[in-house]
Design a protein around this ligand. Structure first.
Ligand code: AKB
Length: 314
C-alpha cells in the first residue's frame, strides 16, 4: 500500500529527526511535515510542508481531506517545564490537539496514528525504580496530567472505535540536531553544548537526581519499529514504557570528563524543575515493549556521550 504520512509538530526535537527518517523510508513526497512555524532545514531539499495549528480544526480538516494520510504522527505539545508556565495553554494544546486528531483520524480512516506520552505520567507515589507499566499514577504537572488523560483517550478510541493508535512513554530524549523543547530533562542536552563551548556547566537539577533517558537515534528507531509492528503484537493501547539508560548529572559529568578532562559541573540555585524531576521515576521497566515488539536500545551512556560530543564538535 502506498503510505501518505503526516507529521504534526514536525519542527520540534523529535519531529525534525523523525521526518528525515520517514522520508528516507517512504520517499520525500509521501511525508508531509506540518508545524505552526516554517522549518529551519533547507527547504530546497525538503519534502512537502504545511502550516498547521492543531487547535484550528478547519485547517486540520483541510489537511486530512487533501492528503488522506495513512499514518499520522501527532507531536505538537507543550512539555513539562514550559507547561508549568502556562498550565491552561498546555492543557488546551495537549488535550484538544489530541481530540481533534483522534476524530479526524476516525473520519478519514487513517490506518495508524502515533501519539507520544512521557514518563511524566508517573508521580510522587509511583514506584521510583524499575517503574512498571501498570502502577499508581498521580502526575502533578499539567503536562503529566494531560499525557495520562491522553493515554486514556487513546485506549478508549482503540477499544470503542478500533482506531489503531500506538504510543510510547518517552523518557528524556538526548539529541544534537534540534534544540530541546522546554522539558525537565533538557539539562542533559545543554550540558554537552556548554562542555564544548565553555568547559563547564551549571545544572538546574541536583547532583543525585537520577532520571530515565534515551538517545534520539534509539527513540526514532523505536517509534518506527512500534508503528511497523503487526497490530496483533500491540497489547498496550495506552502507551508503552520505554527506556535507554538512567543517570544523574554527576554521573553524566564523569562520562563527559573522559573526553574533556577539565570539564567542571556546578549547580544553580533551586529551580522549579527539581521538584518535577523528583516526582518522576529513576528507572523504567520496559519489558512489555521488549516482548511485544522486540525493543532493544543500542545506545548506553558511554556510546551516547561519545556520539553527542563527536557530532556537536563538527
Ligand atoms: C520533559 O522533560 O518534559 C520531557 C519528557 C520527559 O517528557 N523531556
Amino acid at each position: 500500500m502506498l503510505e501518505k504520512i503526516v507529521v504534526i509538530g514536525s519542527n520540534g526535537q523529535i519531529g525534525t529527526e523523525l521526518v528525515t527518517e520517514l522520508r528516507k523510508n517512504y520517499g520525500d513526497g509521501n511525508v508531509i511535515a506540518c508545524d505552526i512555524r516554517r522549518p529551519d532545514y533547507d527547504i530546497k531539499n525538503a519534502g512537502p510542508f504545511e502550516f498547521v495549528n492543531v487547535l484550528e480544526k478547519d485547517i486540520l480538516n483541510q489537511l486530512f481531506r487533501k492528503h488522506k494520510p495513512t499514518q499520522v504522527y501527532l507531536l505538537a505539545a507543550l512539555l513539562s517545564a514550559t507547561g508549568e508556565q502556562n498550565p491552561k495553554l498546555a492543557w488546551d494544546l495537549n488535550m484538544n490537539g489530541l481530540l481533534n486528531v483522534l476524530d479526524l483520524a476516525l473520519e478519514y480512516k487513517t490506518a495508524r496514528l502515533y501519539w507520544p506520552s512521557s514518563i511524566a505520567v508517573f508521580g510522587p507515589n509511583s514506584p521510583k525504580d524499575n517503574t512498571p507499566q501498570y502502577c499508581i499514577m498521580d502526575p502533578n504537572t499539567v503536562y503529566g496530567i494531560s499525557k495520562l488523560a491522553g493515554e486514556r483517550w487513546c485506549e478508549y478510541y482503540f477499544q470503542r472505535y478500533g482506531l489503531d493508535i500506538r504510543s510510547i512513554r518517552y523518557p528524556g530524549l538526548i539529541s544534537w540536531k534540534a534544540a530541546p523543547g522546554g522539558g525537565t530533562t533538557d539539562y542533559a542536552i545543554h550540558i554537552f553544548h556548554e562542555a564544548l563551548k565553555k568547559g563547564s556547566y551549571q545544572s538546574f537539577l541536583s547532583a543525585e537526581t537520577e532520571l530515565p533517558m534515551m538517545y534520539m537515534d534509539d527513540a526514532i528507531r523505536g517509534t518506527i519499529e512500534l508503528m511497523d509492528a503487526p497490530a496483533e503484537n500491540i497489547s498496550i493501547r495506552s502507551s508503552y514504557n520505554l527506556t535507554g539508560m538512567s543517570f544523574t548529572p554527576e554521573v553524566l559529568a564523569e562520562e563527559i570528563k573522559k573526553h574533556i578532562p577539565a570539564f567542571k559541573l556546578g549547580y544553580t540555585e533551586y529551580d522549579q524543575r527539581q521538584a518535577i524531576a523528583a516526582s518522576w521515576p529513576r528507572s523504567i521497566d520496559d519489558s512489555r515493549a521488549q516482548s511485544d515488539w522486540n525493543w532493544k536500545p543500542e545506545f548506553d551512556l558511554s556510546k551516547m556521550t561519545a556520539d553527542m560530543l563527536n557530532n556537536l564538535k563538527k
